[in-house]
Design a protein around this ligand. Structure first.
Ligand code: FAD
Length: 458
């Protein structure tokens, strides 16, 4: 229960239009895209300035009230779900792009800016913000930084951390710190920027970011290649990399995913097609014909069944259709499913898929796999189909354990949140966990910021 005095002080600070403790206002703040995880907050605040964020955190620290920062709430691991109650700090009002500095290839943005808005603004002047999570239309830069989000272009361009040059962060005690700078070369002090990137709102509230942007590539070419087996596709990926071409996107669908999408949208898959690669290259137009020829030759060496190239924007959209359709196509086979997000070294993807087949057989479930092949990042969809049987939750942990057994990671780009806390020690050993706990304690001595996330309780 929130202290009456605490509520009064919050209302005095923000007024009643930017704070609320009414249950009917709070329901909308009780979940994220992982709809299974829900918890009602006891209040919501919408600060507009760094001074307000600082004042709220000082108060919360004094009254020991949990605070959960919230961006677009598109996270998949319950990061914004207030599992220990307290208040939600919604960053909606921090929605300004403060500066786009073309000469220095950077932008200064507030955390509540929608990722796509930044991408569109820099695109207008021939620049690109490369991190491209499939949620760009509704996720925020602050959420992307806090999750170190990946996305569709990571294979060539890297992930969010590669584009964060500096941060302004309000610590749980209310103190404001600034990390990094506008300089590409900067070795002044510890690299604190990366401490906050991927910290899932547990170490500080990001209020401003210096973001690196790059020149927009002149052209993009899109292709799909299908294979009899995922092993053939894996050989093709090796052969593509061996040519020296670095695709900007290298996505895959496994056999079941291809079948599911074919059943839903009839995109022309043949029964013998057991794996699909969606490949894009970008760069100067003059270089791309050569890249496409190299990729086609590599795929042909590895038993490609069909190799399609887009010549127009409409054809490009057509080739993306199968990948984009998967998330709704699964409704054809099930009303309820579980997702996971793991990564393994890319050479181990076929082994991982075999392990997933074994898990599916053991639990009599359907497992379909897709995702970012070029980064070793598999999105694992699991369902009991239309059987009506409850999902065997043990299968989820077996998927994560299988990734760990192949030197993989329990989370690739969706974070730990509150759903994978119990798996953390599978990747993080005791001394490392102790170090993480010391950082947390130093920055957040009373443990008020986003409790119940990332690390298990001591
Ligand atoms: C359809 C769909 C597709 C997706 N595709 C991808 C994908 O391709 N790649 C990928 O990586 N992810 C993907 N995601 C997951 C999700 O979109 C990302 O994790 C995204 O970065 C979350 O951003 P958000 O603004 O919605 O953050 P939220 O969900 O609001 O918050 C996520 C975490 O960040 C913290 N946080 C938010 N703002 C701040 C702040 N200002 N300061 C400190 N902490 C903060 C929160 O406390 C929480 O722990 C997808 C999600 C959906 C629904």
């Amino acid at each position: 229960m929130l202290d009456k005095e605490f509520k009064e002080k919050i209302e005095a600070l923000l007024g009643t239009d930017r704070s609320s403790f009414a249950p009917e206002d709070l329901i909308a703040y009780s979940y994220d895209a992982n709809t299974e995880k829900r918890a009602m907050p006891e209040g919501v605040v919408l600060p507009e300035s760094v001074a307000e964020v600082s004042a709220i955190l000082k108060l919360a620290n004094e009254y020991e009230v949990p605070v959960t920062p919230r961006g677009g709430a598109s996270g998949y691991t319950g990061g914004v779900v207030p599992v220990e109650g307290g208040i939600i700090m919604a960053m909606d009002r921090f929605n300004k792009i403060l500066e786009i500095d073309r000469d220095n290839f950077l932008a200064i943005v507030e955390p509540g800016v929608i990722t796509k808005t930044l991408q569109e603004e820099v695109d207008k002047i021939g620049l690109m913000y490369p991190p491209d999570p499939a949620s760009t239309a509704f996720s925020t830069i602050g959420g992307n930084i806090a999750e170190n989000s990946g996305g569709l272009r990571a294979v060539k361009y890297g992930v969010t951390k590669n584009y964060v040059m500096g941060l302004e962060v309000v610590l749980p005690t209310g103190e404001v710190v600034r990390t990094g700078s506008k300089c590409i070369k900067d070795v002044v002090g510890y690299n604190l920027t990366e401490l906050f990137v991927g910290s899932e709102g547990t170490l500080g509230v990001i209020t401003k970011a210096v973001i690196k942007i790059v020149p927009k590539p002149e052209s993009v070419r899109t292709m799909t290649a299908t294979f009899r087996t995922l092993e053939d596709a894996a050989e093709a990926v090796k052969a593509i990399f061996a040519t020296g071409v670095r695709p900007s996107t290298l996505e895959f669908l496994d056999r079941i995913s291809v079948e599911v999408v074919e059943r839903a949208i009839h995109f022309g898959a043949r029964p013998e097609e057991g794996a699909l690669l969606l490949i894009e290259v970008d760069g100067p137009d003059i270089a791309l014909d050569g890249d496409v020829a190299n990729i086609e030759a590599a795929c042909k060496k590895c038993g490609v069944i069909t190799f399609r190239k887009a010549r127009t924007e409409e054809e490009r959209e057509e080739l993306w259709k199968a990948r984009r359709a998967l998330s709704f196509a699964v409704c054809e086979i099930s009303e309820d499913w579980e997702d996971d997000d793991i990564s393994v070294p890319i050479s181990r993807i076929p082994q991982m898929i075999r392990k997933l087949d074994e898990i599916a057989a053991r639990h009599d479930i359907i497992i379909y796999n897709f995702g970012h092949y070029g980064d070793g990042n598999i999105h694992v969809g699991m369902t009991t189909g239309k059987s009506g049987r409850p999902f065997p939750m043990a299968a989820k942990d077996e998927v994560v354990a299988a990734a760990v057994s192949l030197e993989g990671r329990i989370a690739a780009e969706h974070g730990i949140g509150c759903v994978k806390v119990h798996n953390l020690h599978w990747n993080i050993d005791e001394p490392t966990l102790r170090m993480m706990r010391s950082f947390k304690k130093l920055l957040d001595p009373k443990g008020i910021l986003n409790p119940g996330k990332v690390m298990p309780k001591e």
